[in-house]
Design a protein around this ligand. Sequence first.
Ligand code: RB5
Length: 146
Amino acid sequence: MLIAVGSDHRGIEFKKFIINCLIDMKLECKDFGSFSAESVDYPDIAESVGKAVVSGQCNYGILICGTGIGMSMAANKVKGIRAALCIDDFMAERARLHNDANVICLGAERGEAGVKQMLNKLFSTQFEGGRHQHRLDKMAKMETSC
Ligand code: RB5
């Protein structure tokens, strides 16, 4: 399993923490930047990570900015991305179970508490399908009709 990871300048240190968590979990990751404290625009990183996921180059994406909000908005503009802003393991579990999230967005300013539990839920929870599938189909349709 290959995880695409990206952050803006606000999330650089947090991204290092996430990468170490992924290594501890024996997951491979590809770092899409940013790599310095210089200000960058989060949509640029979200686009790179989103494209890596929809192309199949990576299985999931993790995006980090100050709050996770900008990254989630930007990532959801990439066709095929279902990005979920998660603040705890409950949200991470539901994002997979009900929404088949393929990108999770995290806020660096929220801090590291509970993040390992979130990652565990993210990678151990399968999409439930069933009644949720046609809702995802409707969202996919919106990508061309709205
Ligand atoms: C960057 O200043 C900040 O706006 C960004 O990291 C993020 O919090 C946006 O949602």
